[in-house]
Ligand binder design. Structure first.
Ligand SMILES: [Zn+2]
Length: 83
């Protein structure tokens, strides 16, 4: 399992590679769990990318929706553990 610093580092490398390759916009958004600023790749024009995401700041899971203009993130309903 990745630690949060490892997760942040991998994401940082990933975004640096995307920036170096060019051609994709990087958008900034605020996480719904701890209110930190986060970066993600903009979807293509007319596209909606939705996915679960792990916060690299606090480790919470949230739902993320990306368009070509903005990324919005919201908390998931609380889930009950199986154990
Ligand atoms: Zn968080």
């Amino acid at each position: 399992m990745l630690s949060l610093p490892e997760l942040r580092q991998r994401q940082s490398y990933f975004l640096a590679a995307v920036r170096a390759a060019g051609g994709r916009r990087i958008l900034t958004y605020r996480t719904p769990c701890c209110g930190e600023l986060e970066e993600g790749i903009a979807a293509g024009t007319g596209e909606l990318w939705d996915t679960g995401a792990t916060c690299t700041h606090c480790g919470a899971t949230y739902w993320k929706e990306s368009t070509d203009e903005r990324i919005t993130a919201s908390l998931l309903p609380a889930t009950r553990g199986a154990a």
